[in-house]
Design a protein around this ligand. Structure first.
Ligand SMILES: [Zn+2]
Length: 102
């Protein structure tokens, strides 16, 4: 049994990105450019006083303007997204994002 444990430690099970990442899609209020960012729920979160987690992302467009879009993401103690806020833009769906990029 000890050997199995050792082997498992040397080769940790690969985690899929979908398991620990939240992707956000946004549209700039000023120029309409669509932007995306990935929030890694393992590395990007900071703990809040309430026991949950918090992450801040700043998205900056590069096609028409360089205004900052700030996104605040809140997570529960199990690191599941609970609510999100945005300034400088609006949240859009993945489908909307892809429709404009393709
Ligand atoms: Zn813009």
């Amino acid at each position: 049994m000890n050997i199995f444990k050792k082997v498992a430690g040397l080769f940790p099970a690969p985690k899929t990105q979908a398991d620990n990442a939240t992707r956000i899609y946004a549209r700039c209020n000023h120029c309409g450019e669509t932007l995306t960012a990935r929030v890694n729920s393992t590395n990007d979160l900071s703990r809040t006083d309430e026991g949950g987690y918090f992450a801040r992302k700043v998205l900056i467009g590069n096609r028409r303007c360089f205004r900052r879009i700030e996104v605040n993401l809140h997570f529960d103690p199990a690191r599941h997204p609970t609510r999100r806020e945005i300034s400088g833009g609006v949240f859009i769906s993945e489908a909307e994002y892809r429709a404009e990029r393709d």
